[in-house]
Each structure stands twice: as structure tokens, then as C-alpha cells.
Design a protein around this ligand. Structure first.
Ligand code: NAP
Length: 315
């Protein structure tokens, strides 16, 4: 690693976008013994007490040329401009999911990072949930016959006051739904194809509140996904995979793995500590990790979708 700031063995990191996920996960993960220490924050309103705070990205780049890595925790539609500037300044870049607002932006960033010789890590945090890698391994010698994804949560509970999520480029219910797609594409091989989609748009919003996808795996298995933001009470983030040798169920967003309905993997949430461990490995080896398949599935859902108008959403 190349940081010139004296932070012991830890690497100085900047964090842009001090909002919910920065506070819930990135800041605690870096405080609790990751390879990184947050030395600067760039946010128009949010601040990190232990860091130098900037409101303007260009001023940060100009002032803190000693910092060589950055985590972008802003909403997707402003990520491209920041990532492009960071790459051009030679920083290694970690991006929250989804990596950009469009596939074109994400591909452009991957090329720019490659040409600049910096690390670009397009994170998919759900892939680091406890049950996901064991699920991938369990499936390796099995033939998948059917997959069913149910991702139903209460938008008022998980995204209070986040106006951007309903605007163009905000992803709507695909903001959580893409997490399910990131797990799906991590545990099965090849390219998944979207065959049909139906999207439900509240009369007063630009992005869908619910989505229903019919897909097929590279090996021909049918896949159904139901995403819905109107679920009150218990929340559901489940993926069921039926095979020729029994079934698995990933529950709680991948945190728990059941094999034939017997709990086989669980444990404390370590998604973001694993993300920072992986970022450190990528930076050390000067590699990038940019898998755009989850974003491509969302794009294909929008391309193929029937549109339904539903009741206006009032927060
Ligand atoms: P958030 O609470 O709205 O925080 C994002 C922050 O980015 C804002 O607080 C804002 O801080 C800054 N920002 C910069 N430009 C902005 C703009 N044009 N519009 C709005 N905010 C802007 O959002 P979040 O939930 O942390 O989500 C950020 C990213 O993390 C998203 O891509 C999301 O999918 C991902 N993520 C979120 C969660 C979750 O549980 N919320 C989980 C995993 C991943 P300033 O006002 O200080 O500039």
C-alpha cells in the first residue's frame, strides 16, 4: 500500500457521502480494526468528528494529496463524477452498490481505472453475508431445477427521507432488489437472462415500488424474483434454490443458510469488515473487482418490463 500519511500500519482513507450506510457500516468497520483509518470526509452536510471534513470534492483532492484511497458512499447518480475525478487523481476507489447509475458509466469507470493503474472495487455487500459463499460451494456439484427470490421490505422503515431513491437514477425497489441479484449471480455460474418483468410505479413517483422478474439461469433453470417495498410486519429477504439433490434457502439477506430446512450457517454480521479486508487485498495486489452482472439484470428488467401504475406513495 502506498499511503504516505503516518497512520501506523493502517492506510488513510477518505469517505464521500456521510449518510446512512456510512454511519451504519463504513465508519464502524474502519474504527473496528480494518486496514483503513478514515482521515478525511467529503459531504455537504454530514461530518466525521475524527476526520478532516470537506464540503467540496475538488477542494479535498487538491488539499489531501497524501490520501490514496477513497470510499464512495453517495447515491449512485452522483458517484460517476466523483469516481472519475478520484481515478484521474490516482486514488484507489471503493464504491457502494450499485456502482453507478448506468452500465455505461460503470464500464467507463472500469476502463479508466485499468488505464490509470488504480484499484476499483465495485462492492456488493450482500455477497459478503455469512451464508453466500457456503451456498455457492454447496451448489457446485448439483443441478439447479428452480430458484425463487422473495425480497419484501418496508420502504418507510429502511429508507426514511431518502428522496433520491424515488428519482430518475435512484433505482426504487431495485435498491434493495439488486442485493438479491448480487447474491444470485454469485452463487450460480454464467450469465442469467431476464425473460420478462413487470414494474409497479406509484402514480407520484419516478421509480418502481415493486417488481416481478422472470429469469433463466445459464444452465436453463427458471428463476422468479418478487421485490416489494410495501411489506409491513416481518420482512423477507429469502432465496430458495431447488436442486436434484435437495434445496437450500438463504434467509435474512444471506445471513443464514438452511440446507433442506436445517440451519447450517449463521453468525454475526461481518459484511462490511469483509468488504474492507477485500479492498485491502485488491489494493495490495493492484487489482480491481468490477462485476456488473447485477446492474445489467436491473437494466434488462427496465428494458423488458410491462409498466403498471399503482396507488401514490406518501411517506
Ligand atoms: P443516504 O443516507 O441518503 O446518504 C448518502 C449521502 O450522500 C447523503 O447523506 C449526502 O450527504 C451525500 N450526497 C451527495 N450527493 C448527494 C445527492 N445528490 N443526493 C443525496 N445525497 C447526496 O443514502 P445511503 O442509504 O447511505 O445510501 C448510499 C449508497 O449506499 C446507495 O448507493 C445505497 O444503495 C447504498 N447502501 C445503502 C444501504 C442502507 O441500508 N441505507 C445499505 C447498503 C448500501 P451530504 O448531504 O452530507 O452531502
Amino acid at each position: 500500500m502506498t499511503s504516505s500519511e503516518n497512520t501506523g500500519t493502517r492506510v488513510a482513507l477518505a469517505l464521500a457521502g456521510v449518510g446512512k450506510i456510512a454511519r451504519d457500516q463504513h465508519i464502524p468497520s474502519c474504527e473496528n480494526g480494518s486496514d483503513f483509518v478514515i482521515a478525511a470526509a467529503i459531504s455537504r452536510n454530514g461530518k466525521i468528528d475524527s476526520a478532516e471534513n470537506f464540503e467540496n470534492f475538488d477542494v479535498f483532492l487538491e488539499t489531501r494529496q497524501d490520501i490514496r484511497a477513497i470510499a464512495l458512499c453517495t447515491p449512485p447518480d452522483v458517484r460517476f463524477a466523483m469516481a472519475k475525478k478520484a481515478i484521474a487523481s490516482g486514488l484507489d476507489v471503493l464504491m457502494e452498490k450499485p456502482p453507478a447509475a448506468t452500465i455505461g458509466e460503470a464500464q467507463a469507470l472500469a476502463e479508466l481505472a485499468r488505464d490509470a493503474g488504480v484499484t476499483l472495487f465495485a462492492t456488493w455487500h450482500s455477497r459478503f453475508a455469512n451464508g453466500v459463499e457456503p451456498a455457492r460451494q454447496w451448489l457446485l456439484d448439483k443441478t439447479i431445477t428452480r430458484i425463487e427470490i422473495t425480497w419484501k421490505e418496508d420502504v418507510r422503515r429502511w429508507h426514511p427521507g431518502q428522496a433520491w431513491i424515488w428519482e430518475a437514477g435512484g433505482f426504487g425497489v431495485f435498491d434493495p432488489g439488486i442485493n438479491a441479484l448480487s447474491i444470485l449471480t454469485a452463487i450460480i455460474p454464467g450469465q442469467t437472462i431476464v425473460e420478462k418483468a413487470a414494474l409497479s410505479f406509484p402514480a407520484n413517483r419516478q421509480q418502481p415500488i415493486a417488481a416481478s422478474l422472470t429469469m433463466r439461469s445459464a444452465e436453463g433453470a427458471p428463476i422468479k424474483a418478487e421485490f416489494d417495498w410495501r411489506q409491513e410486519g416481518p420482512q423477507t429477504w429469502d432465496i430458495v434454490v431447488e436442486t436434484d439433490q435437495g434445496m437450500l434457502r438463504l434467509a435474512k439477506g444471506g445471513a443464514e443458510l438452511y440446507i433442506n430446512e436445517t440451519l447450517s450457517v449463521e453468525g454475526p454480521d461481518r459484511e462490511y469488515s469483509r468488504i474492507y479486508t477485500r479492498f485491502a487485498e485488491l489494493v495490495r495486489s493492484r487489482e480491481s473487482d468490477v462485476d456488473l452482472q447485477p446492474l445489467r439484470l436491473v437494466a434488462d428488467a427496465f428494458l423488458t418490463a410491462e409498466r403498471h401504475q399503482v396507488e401514490a406513495f406518501i411517506e
